[in-house]
Design a protein around this ligand. Structure first.
Ligand code: NAD
Length: 260
Protein backbone atom coordinates (compact mmCIF):
# COMPACT_ATOMS: atom_id res chain seq x y z
CA UNK A 1 0.00 0.00 0.00
CA UNK A 2 1.36 3.45 -0.94
CA UNK A 3 0.44 6.13 1.60
CA UNK A 4 0.42 9.79 0.60
CA UNK A 5 2.49 12.44 2.36
CA UNK A 6 0.56 15.01 4.37
CA UNK A 7 -2.76 14.98 6.16
CA UNK A 8 -5.03 17.29 8.13
CA UNK A 9 -7.34 15.65 10.65
CA UNK A 10 -9.95 17.82 12.35
CA UNK A 11 -10.99 16.95 15.90
CA UNK A 12 -7.92 14.80 16.48
CA UNK A 13 -7.09 15.59 20.10
CA UNK A 14 -9.30 12.72 21.25
CA UNK A 15 -11.11 9.52 20.28
CA UNK A 16 -11.43 8.51 16.62
CA UNK A 17 -9.46 11.50 15.29
CA UNK A 18 -6.52 10.73 17.55
CA UNK A 19 -6.75 7.07 16.51
CA UNK A 20 -6.56 8.12 12.85
CA UNK A 21 -3.62 10.43 13.64
CA UNK A 22 -1.82 7.48 15.24
CA UNK A 23 -2.47 5.24 12.21
CA UNK A 24 -1.38 7.92 9.75
CA UNK A 25 1.80 8.88 11.66
CA UNK A 26 2.70 5.21 11.96
CA UNK A 27 2.39 4.91 8.18
CA UNK A 28 4.77 7.86 7.71
CA UNK A 29 2.37 10.73 7.00
CA UNK A 30 3.02 14.22 8.34
CA UNK A 31 -0.11 15.38 10.08
CA UNK A 32 -1.77 18.49 11.38
CA UNK A 33 -3.92 17.72 14.39
CA UNK A 34 -6.74 19.93 15.64
CA UNK A 35 -9.27 20.03 18.42
CA UNK A 36 -9.92 21.19 21.95
CA UNK A 37 -8.62 19.94 25.27
CA UNK A 38 -5.89 20.36 27.82
CA UNK A 39 -2.95 22.19 26.16
CA UNK A 40 -0.31 20.14 28.01
CA UNK A 41 -1.95 16.87 26.98
CA UNK A 42 -2.29 18.00 23.35
CA UNK A 43 1.37 19.00 23.22
CA UNK A 44 2.42 15.71 24.84
CA UNK A 45 0.48 13.75 22.20
CA UNK A 46 1.93 15.86 19.40
CA UNK A 47 5.49 15.30 20.63
CA UNK A 48 4.92 11.59 21.22
CA UNK A 49 3.62 11.04 17.67
CA UNK A 50 6.62 12.91 16.23
CA UNK A 51 9.11 10.99 18.35
CA UNK A 52 7.53 7.56 17.88
CA UNK A 53 7.08 7.76 14.12
CA UNK A 54 9.69 10.32 12.95
CA UNK A 55 7.13 12.45 11.11
CA UNK A 56 6.17 16.10 11.37
CA UNK A 57 3.16 16.65 13.62
CA UNK A 58 1.67 20.14 13.93
CA UNK A 59 -1.26 21.41 15.96
CA UNK A 60 -3.78 24.10 15.08
CA UNK A 61 -6.57 25.00 17.50
CA UNK A 62 -9.18 26.18 14.93
CA UNK A 63 -12.73 26.14 16.24
CA UNK A 64 -14.80 24.25 13.67
CA UNK A 65 -17.72 26.64 14.18
CA UNK A 66 -15.57 29.48 12.78
CA UNK A 67 -14.96 29.53 9.00
CA UNK A 68 -12.10 32.05 9.31
CA UNK A 69 -10.24 29.83 11.73
CA UNK A 70 -10.85 26.80 9.50
CA UNK A 71 -9.34 28.59 6.51
CA UNK A 72 -6.39 29.60 8.68
CA UNK A 73 -5.84 25.96 9.69
CA UNK A 74 -5.79 24.84 6.05
CA UNK A 75 -3.43 27.61 4.92
CA UNK A 76 -1.11 26.91 7.87
CA UNK A 77 -0.93 23.23 6.91
CA UNK A 78 -0.31 24.11 3.25
CA UNK A 79 2.48 26.51 4.19
CA UNK A 80 4.11 24.03 6.56
CA UNK A 81 3.83 20.91 4.39
CA UNK A 82 3.76 22.40 0.88
CA UNK A 83 0.52 20.58 0.12
CA UNK A 84 -2.33 18.69 1.73
CA UNK A 85 -2.93 15.24 0.24
CA UNK A 86 -5.48 13.94 2.73
CA UNK A 87 -8.20 15.76 4.63
CA UNK A 88 -10.09 13.91 7.34
CA UNK A 89 -13.22 15.70 8.53
CA UNK A 90 -13.71 14.16 11.91
CA UNK A 91 -14.58 16.87 14.47
CA UNK A 92 -17.99 16.25 15.94
CA UNK A 93 -20.19 16.64 18.97
CA UNK A 94 -23.40 14.99 20.11
CA UNK A 95 -26.49 16.04 22.02
CA UNK A 96 -29.28 13.70 22.99
CA UNK A 97 -32.79 14.95 23.75
CA UNK A 98 -36.38 14.84 22.49
CA UNK A 99 -37.26 17.38 19.80
CA UNK A 100 -39.68 19.27 22.08
CA UNK A 101 -36.81 20.11 24.43
CA UNK A 102 -33.92 20.19 21.95
CA UNK A 103 -32.01 23.47 22.51
CA UNK A 104 -31.71 25.65 19.37
CA UNK A 105 -28.10 26.41 20.27
CA UNK A 106 -27.23 22.69 20.26
CA UNK A 107 -28.87 22.25 16.84
CA UNK A 108 -26.80 25.15 15.46
CA UNK A 109 -23.54 23.92 17.03
CA UNK A 110 -24.01 20.37 15.73
CA UNK A 111 -24.78 21.63 12.24
CA UNK A 112 -21.71 23.89 12.30
CA UNK A 113 -19.21 21.38 13.72
CA UNK A 114 -20.51 18.08 12.30
CA UNK A 115 -21.53 19.35 8.84
CA UNK A 116 -20.64 22.89 7.78
CA UNK A 117 -16.99 22.62 8.89
CA UNK A 118 -16.52 19.87 6.27
CA UNK A 119 -17.81 22.23 3.61
CA UNK A 120 -15.31 24.91 4.66
CA UNK A 121 -12.29 22.55 4.91
CA UNK A 122 -13.15 20.78 1.64
CA UNK A 123 -13.64 24.08 -0.19
CA UNK A 124 -10.23 25.25 1.01
CA UNK A 125 -8.30 22.13 -0.12
CA UNK A 126 -10.20 21.16 -3.27
CA UNK A 127 -8.54 23.36 -5.90
CA UNK A 128 -5.03 22.29 -4.84
CA UNK A 129 -5.95 18.61 -4.86
CA UNK A 130 -7.51 18.91 -8.33
CA UNK A 131 -4.48 20.78 -9.66
CA UNK A 132 -2.07 18.13 -8.40
CA UNK A 133 -4.27 15.29 -9.64
CA UNK A 134 -4.39 13.63 -6.24
CA UNK A 135 -6.49 14.12 -3.15
CA UNK A 136 -8.34 12.17 -0.51
CA UNK A 137 -11.18 13.54 1.56
CA UNK A 138 -12.50 11.25 4.26
CA UNK A 139 -15.61 12.30 6.14
CA UNK A 140 -16.19 10.60 9.46
CA UNK A 141 -19.97 10.34 9.30
CA UNK A 142 -21.69 7.61 11.30
CA UNK A 143 -24.13 4.74 11.07
CA UNK A 144 -26.40 7.68 11.88
CA UNK A 145 -25.54 9.01 8.42
CA UNK A 146 -27.54 6.08 7.06
CA UNK A 147 -30.20 5.30 9.66
CA UNK A 148 -31.80 7.22 12.53
CA UNK A 149 -32.26 6.80 16.26
CA UNK A 150 -34.72 8.81 18.32
CA UNK A 151 -33.56 11.86 20.32
CA UNK A 152 -30.61 12.62 18.03
CA UNK A 153 -32.35 14.91 15.52
CA UNK A 154 -29.45 17.29 14.91
CA UNK A 155 -26.76 14.61 14.83
CA UNK A 156 -28.68 12.33 12.45
CA UNK A 157 -29.58 15.25 10.17
CA UNK A 158 -25.96 16.50 10.10
CA UNK A 159 -24.52 13.04 9.43
CA UNK A 160 -27.02 12.37 6.62
CA UNK A 161 -25.97 15.76 5.23
CA UNK A 162 -22.34 14.71 5.41
CA UNK A 163 -23.08 11.63 3.33
CA UNK A 164 -24.77 13.88 0.75
CA UNK A 165 -21.77 16.23 0.72
CA UNK A 166 -19.50 13.20 0.25
CA UNK A 167 -21.39 12.03 -2.85
CA UNK A 168 -21.48 15.50 -4.40
CA UNK A 169 -17.76 16.18 -3.93
CA UNK A 170 -16.92 12.68 -5.17
CA UNK A 171 -18.61 13.58 -8.46
CA UNK A 172 -16.79 16.93 -8.61
CA UNK A 173 -13.38 15.33 -7.96
CA UNK A 174 -13.81 12.13 -9.97
CA UNK A 175 -11.90 13.15 -13.09
CA UNK A 176 -9.12 14.85 -11.14
CA UNK A 177 -7.80 12.04 -8.94
CA UNK A 178 -9.67 13.34 -5.91
CA UNK A 179 -11.71 10.75 -4.03
CA UNK A 180 -14.24 11.57 -1.34
CA UNK A 181 -15.65 8.92 0.96
CA UNK A 182 -17.56 8.75 4.21
CA UNK A 183 -16.74 6.29 6.95
CA UNK A 184 -19.81 5.34 8.95
CA UNK A 185 -18.78 3.87 12.29
CA UNK A 186 -21.12 2.19 14.71
CA UNK A 187 -20.38 2.74 18.39
CA UNK A 188 -16.72 3.30 19.26
CA UNK A 189 -15.99 3.79 22.97
CA UNK A 190 -14.72 7.38 23.01
CA UNK A 191 -15.50 10.35 25.29
CA UNK A 192 -18.32 11.32 22.86
CA UNK A 193 -20.11 8.02 23.49
CA UNK A 194 -19.32 7.86 27.21
CA UNK A 195 -20.86 11.32 27.69
CA UNK A 196 -24.15 10.41 26.03
CA UNK A 197 -24.80 7.33 28.19
CA UNK A 198 -26.29 9.29 31.14
CA UNK A 199 -28.29 11.56 28.78
CA UNK A 200 -29.76 8.60 26.92
CA UNK A 201 -30.60 6.95 30.26
CA UNK A 202 -32.49 10.08 31.25
CA UNK A 203 -34.25 10.50 27.89
CA UNK A 204 -35.40 6.84 27.86
CA UNK A 205 -35.96 6.44 31.62
CA UNK A 206 -33.57 3.48 31.96
CA UNK A 207 -30.28 2.79 33.77
CA UNK A 208 -26.85 3.51 32.28
CA UNK A 209 -26.01 -0.20 32.13
CA UNK A 210 -29.26 -0.77 30.23
CA UNK A 211 -28.23 1.96 27.78
CA UNK A 212 -24.93 0.16 27.01
CA UNK A 213 -26.49 -3.30 26.65
CA UNK A 214 -29.98 -2.55 25.32
CA UNK A 215 -29.46 0.63 23.29
CA UNK A 216 -25.83 0.94 22.15
CA UNK A 217 -24.64 -2.64 21.75
CA UNK A 218 -28.16 -3.85 20.91
CA UNK A 219 -27.74 -1.96 17.63
CA UNK A 220 -24.56 -3.89 16.78
CA UNK A 221 -25.02 -7.58 15.95
CA UNK A 222 -21.36 -8.23 16.89
CA UNK A 223 -22.23 -7.00 20.44
CA UNK A 224 -18.85 -5.29 20.56
CA UNK A 225 -17.74 -1.69 20.31
CA UNK A 226 -15.82 -0.86 17.10
CA UNK A 227 -12.11 -0.43 17.89
CA UNK A 228 -10.23 2.82 17.21
CA UNK A 229 -7.51 0.91 15.35
CA UNK A 230 -10.11 -0.51 12.94
CA UNK A 231 -11.31 2.96 11.95
CA UNK A 232 -7.69 4.17 11.62
CA UNK A 233 -6.80 1.28 9.32
CA UNK A 234 -9.84 1.92 7.09
CA UNK A 235 -9.04 5.64 6.84
CA UNK A 236 -5.45 4.80 5.95
CA UNK A 237 -6.52 2.45 3.19
CA UNK A 238 -8.94 5.00 1.75
CA UNK A 239 -6.01 7.48 1.70
CA UNK A 240 -3.78 5.20 -0.32
CA UNK A 241 -3.15 5.29 -4.06
CA UNK A 242 -4.63 1.78 -4.27
CA UNK A 243 -8.04 3.16 -3.21
CA UNK A 244 -8.28 5.44 -6.24
CA UNK A 245 -11.45 3.80 -7.60
CA UNK A 246 -13.28 3.99 -4.29
CA UNK A 247 -15.21 7.25 -4.23
CA UNK A 248 -18.64 8.49 -3.23
CA UNK A 249 -19.13 5.65 -0.75
CA UNK A 250 -20.59 5.68 2.73
CA UNK A 251 -18.64 2.80 4.19
CA UNK A 252 -20.10 1.04 7.20
CA UNK A 253 -17.79 -0.10 9.99
CA UNK A 254 -20.55 -0.87 12.44
CA UNK A 255 -20.53 -4.52 13.43
CA UNK A 256 -23.50 -5.14 11.13
CA UNK A 257 -25.78 -2.43 12.59
CA UNK A 258 -27.09 -1.01 9.32
CA UNK A 259 -27.53 -4.50 7.83
CA UNK A 260 -30.66 -5.17 9.89
P1 NAD B 1 -14.50 12.75 20.83
O1 NAD B 1 -15.36 13.60 21.68
O2 NAD B 1 -13.56 11.79 21.47
O3 NAD B 1 -13.66 13.66 19.82
C1 NAD B 1 -14.21 14.75 19.18
C2 NAD B 1 -13.09 15.64 18.69
O4 NAD B 1 -13.67 16.82 18.07
C3 NAD B 1 -12.19 16.17 19.83
O5 NAD B 1 -10.86 16.26 19.38
C4 NAD B 1 -12.76 17.57 20.09
O6 NAD B 1 -11.84 18.47 20.69
C5 NAD B 1 -13.10 17.97 18.67
N1 NAD B 1 -14.03 19.09 18.60
C6 NAD B 1 -15.25 19.23 19.19
N2 NAD B 1 -15.75 20.44 18.92
C7 NAD B 1 -14.85 21.09 18.15
C8 NAD B 1 -14.79 22.37 17.56
N3 NAD B 1 -15.78 23.27 17.70
N4 NAD B 1 -13.69 22.69 16.84
C9 NAD B 1 -12.65 21.82 16.71
N5 NAD B 1 -12.67 20.59 17.24
C10 NAD B 1 -13.74 20.23 17.96
O7 NAD B 1 -15.50 11.98 19.86
P2 NAD B 1 -15.32 10.77 18.85
O8 NAD B 1 -16.25 9.70 19.27
O9 NAD B 1 -13.90 10.44 18.63
O10 NAD B 1 -15.96 11.41 17.55
C11 NAD B 1 -15.22 11.77 16.40
C12 NAD B 1 -16.13 11.73 15.19
O11 NAD B 1 -16.60 10.41 14.98
C13 NAD B 1 -17.37 12.62 15.35
O12 NAD B 1 -17.66 13.28 14.14
C14 NAD B 1 -18.46 11.62 15.67
O13 NAD B 1 -19.71 12.06 15.29
C15 NAD B 1 -18.00 10.42 14.85
N6 NAD B 1 -18.54 9.15 15.29
C16 NAD B 1 -18.28 8.68 16.54
C17 NAD B 1 -18.81 7.45 16.90
C18 NAD B 1 -18.57 6.85 18.24
O14 NAD B 1 -19.21 5.85 18.56
N7 NAD B 1 -17.66 7.36 19.04
C19 NAD B 1 -19.60 6.72 16.00
C20 NAD B 1 -19.83 7.25 14.74
C21 NAD B 1 -19.29 8.46 14.39
Amino acid sequence: MTPPLNAVITGSTSGIGLGIAEAFAKAGLNIMINGFGDATEIEANRKRLEADYKVKVLYHGADMTKPDEIRDLISNAENAFGQIDVLVNNAGIQFVGPIEEFPEGKWDAIMAINLSSSFHTSKAVFAGMKKRGFGRIINIASAHGLVASPYKSAYVAAKHGMVGLTKTLALEGAEFGVTVNAICPGYVKTPLVEKQIPDTAKARGITEEEVVQNVLLAAQPTKKFVELEEVGALALFLSSKEASSITGTAMQIDGGWVAH
